[in-house]
Design a protein around this ligand. Structure first.
Ligand SMILES: *Cc1c(COP(=O)(O)O)cnc(C)c1O
Length: 473
């Protein structure tokens, strides 16, 4: 990653560059020979923070350091010049980089790249929305240099409410960048029909929040690549413990790490994880070679959507147990979904784990608990579908609200991914702004309740649901 191509390298700078190249080579060997051979849980626990590094640099602290500091000092002008020209690894100023966010980024890059036969990198962001914004903006630049250059993107209509707003209002209404919604993403022709020479990327969310949309990642990635376009996937609901889209051909993954990745609910954060050498029709070598580092060191330096170092460490602490947590939460959700699907006051249940869900077969091709075959308990690959589900209460919007108001232990909040069970009515909350037509496009009826099952015993979650459903007779 180079800041400027025409920097004059003095002999003093060169000494720093040589020393740091040695460090980078050592780090690459450590990743290749040690970290990449670990199982998922070990990577989640340690990431790139090693005993050796802790003792040499951080007084042996067993937890990654929380560097609540704005900036880094340099030994002399040569080191400063080399650093600011990005000729050596540096964190310089916390808007650009920081040691705490560095460990967060490596943990997520390695986990999303687990099982991938290639390299991945990550750029941390202040939120999931800023992850989406920073992942898409570099593809929307003018490449033919005329003022009214038409540009479009193709995206799944079933997506997070904030994403719908970002694409339909910020891009389409305010900046004239057309968003072409794919209503049935399992239909490859619908994707293909929307692509033309002005398309910049394909974007899909899966499983979608809240309506459990899904599509064939590999088929859509192949389609994108045939048109020289990248596929960007919002994989927030699955987390890398259940799905790693880059392994199936996606170029970029965006994560709202505020959700299941930080299940404690200790704050907002996001990440963009990309494979090196992605496919794009934007003529920019830096962007193609290492997308995440490119956005980190250039556009995001200039826009400033950076993650706070305290948040980075809070998230790392939650992340260490991601696999076992997603397993437990998925199992409880399955129990709750099965219970609700037989409940007389429930019209329908949407959960990809239920065998009668129309996308169950397709989702089962992709959603696997990572390393289940190495788990004493399972010893074989096992499907897990996450802890987000939704269901429709019989009797329409009013009954849904009666039920909702009757919940006693399940929290009424526009949140998900928590270790505590949380429910919301999307039509009056997360998907309120997009109006009736937008909700219809995204399959959000007014009596739909989104439920994210937490770590409580499922019997207790079911008891609360049951008493509240009785009130909605
Ligand atoms: C919450 C969410 C986002 C936005 O993330 P924030 O961290 O809240 O900005 C994006 N996509 C999905 C699927 C989400 O659930």
């Amino acid at each position: 990653m180079s800041n400027q191509d025409d920097v004059l390298i003095t002999p003093g700078m060169q000494r720093y560059i040589d020393r740091n190249n040695e460090y980078l080579a050592k780090r690459s060997r450590y990743i290749r020979d040690v970290v990449k051979k670990w199982k998922f849980d070990t990577i989640a626990v340690h990431g790139l923070y090693s005993v050796e590094e802790a003792i040499e640099d951080y007084q042996g602290s067993i937890i990654e350091p929380m560097f609540v500091s704005t900036s880094q000092a340099y030994r002399d002008s040569d080191e400063m010049a080399a650093a600011l020209a990005y000729k050596i690894p540096t964190w310089c100023y916390s808007r650009i980089a920081n040691p705490s966010t560095y460990y967060y980024e490596w943990a997520l890059a390695l986990l999303e790249g687990y099982g991938f036969n290639g390299e991945t990198s990550c750029c941390s962001t202040s939120s999931g929305m800023s992850a989406i914004m920073t992942a898409i903006q570099p593809f929307l630049v003018h490449i033919r240099h005329h003022v009214n250059e038409p540009r479009n993107i193709v995206a799944t209509a079933q997506c997070y409410g904030g994403t719908f707003q970002q694409f339909s209002v910020r891009l389409m209404q305010e900046r004239d960048i057309e968003c072409r919604w794919v209503e049935d993403p399992t239909n490859l022709d619908e994707w293909a029909r929307n692509i033309d020479q002005n398309t910049r990327f394909l974007y899909g969310e899966l499983p979608s929040n809240p309506s459990q949309g899904f599509f064939d990642i590999k088929a859509v990635a192949d389609l994108a690549h045939n048109h020289n376009l990248p596929l960007i996937v919002d994989s927030t609901v699955a987390t890398p413990a259940l799905l790693r889209p880059i392994c199936h051909g996606a170029d970029i993954v965006v994560q709202s790490a505020s959700k299941s990745i930080t299940s404690s609910g200790f704050g907002i954060c996001g990440a963009v994880i990309a494979r090196k050498g992605l496919v794009t029709n934007v003529p920019n070598e830096g962007l193609k070679n290492d997308f995440a580092l490119y956005i980190k060191y250039l556009p995001n330096r200039d826009y400033g959507p950076n993650l706070h170092p305290v948040q980075a460490i809070l998230t790392l602490n939650d992340l260490r147990t991601l696999r076992s947590k997603m397993d437990m939460l998925s199992r409880s959700t399955m129990t709750v979904a099965q219970y609700l699907s037989h409940h007389p006051r429930v019209e329908s249940v949407q959960y990809l784990g239920l065998p009668d869900h129309p996308l169950h077969g397709l989702a089962s091709k992709y959603l696997w608990l990572v390393d289940a075959e190495h788990d004493e308990q399972y010893k074989k690959p096992i499907n897990r579908y996450g802890h987000l589900m939704s269901f429709c209460v019989k009797g329409g919007a009013e009954k849904a609200r009666t039920f909702f108001d009757g919940l006693m232990r399940i929290w009424r909040a526009t949140d998900l991914g928590r270790i505590k069970s949380v429910a919301t009515i999307p039509a009056i909350s997360t998907h309120q702004q997009q109006g009736e037509a937008g909700r219809k496009l995204a399959h959000i009826p007014p009596n739909l309740v989104r439920l994210c099952v937490g770590g409580e015993h499922p019997d207790d979650v079911i008891a609360d649901l049951d008493q509240a459903l009785h009130l909605a007779k």
